[in-house]
Design a protein around this ligand. Structure first.
Ligand code: ATP
Ligand code: MG
Length: 270
């Protein structure tokens, strides 16, 4: 793993006041990867993403972005390099969809550089690619959970950052929109060379899409690498406490995790 990756953390202690979540954590996000973080609830995934995005200041250690400690950049400069989709976001009261997505352009604006036709085009493209163009004039408050999720993603895409950190981008989405979202992320990675980090709960999606998988438990990284190399039934049981079988995904030949039937409800048809 390269020492000079665009985004990494070393000797990290991450804590909320006295409550330490991670200690001595080292993490490197491989450049141009689609990195997926998985792990049980409360193991520290969002906390790590917050640290990597400058939202949470490490109690010890440092996060490096493009060779500099992330806290040493002005917030706007970080926002030009790195976009974060938090696990939950609250929209300003009564804001419209197009206006919220347009906020993704703020980091690119200044007193001298005001709203331009290019900003307009970027916002339109972000709304198109997330399938929310038809909602442009609606108020964010009145959208469904899945629609809202896609609007927030559009806002982050409008930021046009080479690094994207997405905390559970597929929660609230139906299966078709989940696949659309993940395909869109995979395209950003494959075609535009963006580096993506996404927290996902669906292990099968994680195995299908991740070029680099990070498995966390109790604030530590217990395994990382290519899904096909690291995902085993033993690992899943150790991390989630759930007995599973790992078979081959018939579509993609990546690992597919099937929970063991503990209730004996198997129906035999003959
Ligand atoms: N703002 C906060 N203040 C205090 N403790 C927090 C705060 N946010 C999270 N925690 C605690 O830190 C631990 C890790 O939380 P985190 O949100 O990182 O988990 P997660 O892995 O993202 O879980 P999930 O899968 O449920 O989203 C949890 O025990 C949680 O209660
Ligand atoms: Mg979380």
């Amino acid at each position: 793993m390269t020492q000079d990756a665009r985004l990494s953390g070393r000797d990290l202690t991450l804590a909320y006041d006295q409550r330490v979540i991670s200690r001595d954590l080292a993490v490197t996000i491989p450049d141009n990867s689609f990195t997926v973080i998985v792990g049980p609830n409360a193991c520290g995934k969002s906390t790590l993403l917050r640290a990597l995005s400058r939202t949470l200041k490490p109690a010890e250690g440092s996060v490096l972005l493009d060779g500099q400690v992330i806290g040493s950049y002005p917030a706007k400069e970080v926002a030009r390099r790195l976009g974060l989709l938090p696990q939950t976001s609250i929209a300003p009261d009564g804001i419209g969809v197009a206006d919220l997505v347009a906020r993704g352009r703020f980091p690119h604006q200044s007193f001298l550089r005001q709203w331009s036709a290019q900003d307009e085009a970027v916002v339109a493209e972000a709304m198109e690619s997330t399938g929310v163009s038809a909602l442009a004039d609606r108020s964010v408050d009145e959208l469904s959970g899945g629609q809202r999720q896609r609007v927030w993603l559009a806002m982050v895409l409008a930021q046009q950052t080479p690094l994207l950190l997405l905390d559970e981008p597929t929660t609230y989405l139906d299966i078709a929109h989940q696949m659309d979202m993940l395909d869109l992320c995979a395209d950003l990675h494959a075609e535009r060379g963006h580096t993506l980090v996404a927290v996902l709960h669906d292990l099968n999606h994680a195995c299908r899409y991740a070029t680099h998988l990070i498995v966390m438990k109790d604030g530590t990284i217990v395994a990382e690498g290519e899904p096909a190399t690291i995902v085993t039934a033993d690992l899943v049981e150790k991390v989630f406490g759930l007995p599973v079988r790992v078979i081959e995904d018939p579509e993609t030949a990546t690992p597919m995790i099937v929970p063991v039937d503990r209730r004996g409800v198997r129906r035999v048809h003959d």
